[in-house]
Design a binder for this molecule. Structure first.
Ligand code: FES
Length: 158
């Protein structure tokens, strides 16, 4: 005679519960482990393979309308400025104070960091605010188009 508590259990039901529990623990483990592993994995640093990048055409609407544009140069953003005289200059766009991205203010004739009102002249020198060092300069040269269109601007490490 078998007691009710000793009644044979349904093995397929037990297997199903075990699988559900195992899957839940596996999902929980992955949910916790994945961000930890992503955090510990070193970030891949992509350096500019070359010493120069193309910055687009000299008649780029953004450049003409705003007087500047930000150009990616490997991991460094570079600010390409078109002066009121039409000259092109380029500097690291990373402020030397606390690494905010600078912008060109044509109304003030200077490169400006809106984080703490850092100000640089069009030679990259600090003229106001807390930045401790000038902006790193880049060389800009124009490659004339073959068909007579606008030249292509190329930014180069100095
Ligand atoms: S980060 Fe540019 S002035 Fe502070």
């Amino acid at each position: 005679m078998t007691l009710p508590s000793e009644a044979p259990r349904d093995p397929s039901r037990r297997r199903l519960v075990n699988r559900l529990l195992g899957g839940s623990f596996g999902a929980l483990f992955a949910w916790i482990l994945y961000p930890v592993l992503r955090f510990l994995e070193p970030v891949e640093v992509v350096e500019a393979a070359a010493n120069q990048v193309e910055a687009g055409r000299a008649d780029d609407p953004d450049l003409v309308a705003n007087g500047f544009k930000i150009v990616p140069f490997g991991n460094d953003p570079v600010i390409l400025v078109q002066t009121p005289e039409g000259e092109h200059r380029a500097f690291s766009a990373t402020c030397t104070h606390l690494d905010c991205i600078v912008e060109y203010r044509p109304d003030r004739g200077l490169i400006w960091c809106n984080c703490h009102n850092g100000q640089f002249d069009l030679s990259g020198q600090v003229v106001g605010g807390p930045p401790p060092r000038p902006l790193r300069p880049y060389r800009v040269h124009a490659v004339e188009a073959e068909a007579g269109g606008a030249a292509t601007l190329v930014i180069e490490k100095v």
